[in-house]
Ligand binder design. Structure first.
Ligand SMILES: [Cu+2]
Length: 645
């Protein structure tokens, strides 16, 4: 098979050393994105109520630590408003089968109080045999590769003929996104584990390369022992009150595991970086709430998904789906193109909290919405409009008040007409329905593109998502409020004090790259991160190359992200919450961060052709990762180790 050097040589032949191959599969405006056998236009919108995610039950909350027992299982859930349910993988508490849901029920953590989770991989049948994956797992990537055994796990295997999808037991490892946590509990992509199934094939690696090392570290640090098919992680919650989320993070399989349903919220409340109860709209769901509790703080996961007529989720199983390579290839090893991995995935429906296009009856008062984007690729540009089919860009019916983001509250609230949110970013917002007449219908729409995002404005710089499908998210219907709203109006809010990092003492330059096929013009075959050469050209590196990002503990660094591709990439650094310093296009003065980026962040959009500057400080020695959070990209080389010492 071709080596990385050959890929680079191909890129050099094509001109710039790096070919940013951009494909726009949508030929006709206002057509839905291609997908499965279910026509998204046939799905009734706004008939299913928004599902309010309950709190995950605590297994044992006495003593100094909150203990949780959380497992991954396969189950069916009604995502579409009618027709058959959808088979998913999802998280839940094994003691209560009713808690298994996609998205997961929410872990409610208290600032300063550790949470210990036993994460179990229970992707087994009733008779104890492993369950294969719901989607096509491409075994030609640099991936977990259990069939490789302990000698070949976490590698890019070679093949004499194009292989079919991997049908073996599913590796799982869970990462808490945005957490300040020691390495053994961070969910390193090579710390995965198979379920403790009866029929694991002989010779298969049952755990990833780092599992045993982290098992030993957890034993010495917390006195815990990991049984087969489990890992016990402990989160100190010694960070600002904020909106975190957990998701599966296996090497080369994250896109299919998250697509199957492996994600949920983890909220940290309390401490000096939170507001006293009653200042913001509430409550949020808590364990033991009586039925009929009225919630005014609503966590919301927004996703694009595609379905088949039998209710199953559609995910492409052939690289030809993307449109730049003939269906069926030829693929690796005859060419350099992986047979199943697609460079980006765009769904043709919008799903919120596990229901397509839901509706929520909102009281005439303020709501706090915690918004999370768990699409594979899609950047959402959210807006509240009166007509969901209005020509784009639509007029905003009311402002969205942003009060917090990835790492906690902003220095001050900011009112915006539209709000971009990339994959993995969180926005903590207030929407005020207090002066809206009862009976009014309002719509949350998205004006982000049905293709990779490059920055700019809908209508001017890109075509907004199809107004009939992916351009709509959910509906609000305003009803009377039975009591007065005593929360503080957002314009009058004083948010908890924000302490920015001091001056940086060192700078680091890194690059974002995309590699094109040497056989099919402009067909991307992988993304890569890397360093920068002295002459300003990029030095793309893969997951397996020696570690180049080695920050020293407690040193404040500037990271310059140089994006050599034609698309924006949401870049995520583990362990730390950073600050966005500025963005700079070539030959232009730097631009300050957007108003909703002025607090702590763990994920930032690096726009094409620009340098995005961050200020970051790492305070725990250990092995972590940094990566693109376009999930299709991180699965195929757009991820690098990060070792703090
Ligand atoms: Cu990317």
């Amino acid at each position: 098979m071709p080596t990385r050097r050959q890929f680079l040589a191909v890129g050099a032949l094509a001109g710039a050393g790096l070919v940013a191959a951009e494909l726009h599969p949508r030929a006709v405006a206002a057509d839905p994105v291609p997908g499965g056998t279910l026509d998204p236009n046939s799905i009734a919108k706004y008939v299913t109520p928004l599902f309010i995610l309950p709190a995950m039950p605590v297994a044992n909350g006495s003593g100094p630590v909150d203990r949780y027992d959380v497992a991954v299982r396969q189950f069916a859930q009604q995502i579409l408003p009618s027709g058959p349910p959808t088979t998913l993988f999802g998280y839940g508490a094994p003691a209560d089968a009713g808690t298994f849901h996609v998205p997961s029920h929410t872990v409610e953590a208290s600032a300063g109080r550790p949470v210990r989770v036993r994460w179990s991989n229970q992707l087994v049948t009733g008779s104890g045999n492993f369950r294969p994956h719901l989607f096509a797992v491409d075994p030609t990537l640099h991936w977990a590769n259990p069939p490789g055994g302990t000698g070949g796990r976490d590698s890019r295997p070679t093949f004499a003929a194009t292989p079919g999808p991997y049908r073996g037991p599913v590796p799982v490892v869970t990462h808490l996104h945005g957490a300040h946590v020691t390495e053994e509990s961070d969910g390193y992509p090579e710390a995965w584990y198979l379920p403790a199934a009866r029929n694991i094939p002989t010779g298969y690696a049952r755990v990833g390369s780092f599992y045993d090392r982290y098992k030993a570290e957890a034993a010495s640090r917390f006195g815990v022992s990991w049984d087969p098919g489990t890992a016990i992680y402990q989160y100190p919650n010694d960070q600002r009150a904020t909106t975190l989320w957990f998701h599966s993070h296996e090497l080369g399989m994250t896109r299919v595991n998250i697509y199957a349903g492996l994600f949920g919220f983890y909220l940290i409340r309390g401490g000096p970086s939170d507001l006293p109860a009653g200042v913001l709209p509430g409550p949020a769901p808590r364990a033991g709430d009586p039925p009929g509790t009225r919630y005014h703080e609503i966590p919301m996961v927004i996703q694009d998904r595609s379905f088949n007529a039998d209710g199953s989720l559609f995910f492409p199983s052939d690289r030809g789906f993307f449109g730049d390579v003939p269906p069926g290839g030829p693929y690796l090893p005859r060419t350099d193109v992986p047979p199943m991995w697609n460079p980006e995935f765009f769904g043709n429906t919008i799903v919120v909290n596990g229901r397509t296009w839901p509706v929520m009856r909102v009281e005439r008062r303020r709501y706090r919405l915690r918004i999370l984007n768990v699409c594979n690729t899609r950047v959402l540009v959210l807006k509240i409009a009166t007509n969901p089919l209005a020509a784009r860009p639509a007029a905003a019916a009311m402002p969205i008040w942003v009060i917090g983001a990835d790492g906690g509250f902003l220095p001050a609230p900011t009112a915006v007409a539209s709000l971009p949110i990339a994959v993995a970013e969180r926005m903590d917002v207030i929407v005020d329905f207090g002066s809206v007449p009862v009976g009014t219908a309002l719509y949350l729409i998205s004006e982000g593109p049905d293709e990779p995002f490059g920055g700019g404005e809908p209508g001017d710089d890109f075509e907004a998502a199809d107004p009939g499908t992916t351009g709509q998210v959910m509906k609000f219907v305003v009803v009377p409020s039975p009591d007065a709203d005593t929360s503080t109006p957002p314009a009058a809010l004083r948010l908890p004090g924000y302490r920015p990092l001091g001056p940086a003492t060192t700078a680091r330059q890194v690059s974002l790259n995309e590699m094109a096929s040497g056989y099919f013009p402009d067909a991307p075959i992988m993304g890569m991160l890397g360093t920068m050469n002295a002459d300003g050209t990029p030095n793309p590196l893969g997951w397996g190359d020696p570690v180049t990002e080695r920050p020293s503990r407690n040193v404040t660094e500037i990271w310059e992200l140089h994006n050599f591709t034609e698309d924006g990439h949401p870049i995520h650094l583990h362990q730390t919450q950073f600050q966005v310093v500025n963005r700079q296009a070539q030959g232009r003065p730097p631009r300050p961060p957007e108003s909703w980026e002025t607090g702590d962040k763990d994920t930032v959009i690096a726009l094409p052709g620009e340098v995005t500057r961050l200020k970051a400080r790492f305070d725990m020695a250990g092995r972590y990762v940094w990566h693109c959070h376009i999930i299709d990209h991180e699965d195929n080389e757009m991820m690098r180790p990060l070792v703090v010492s």
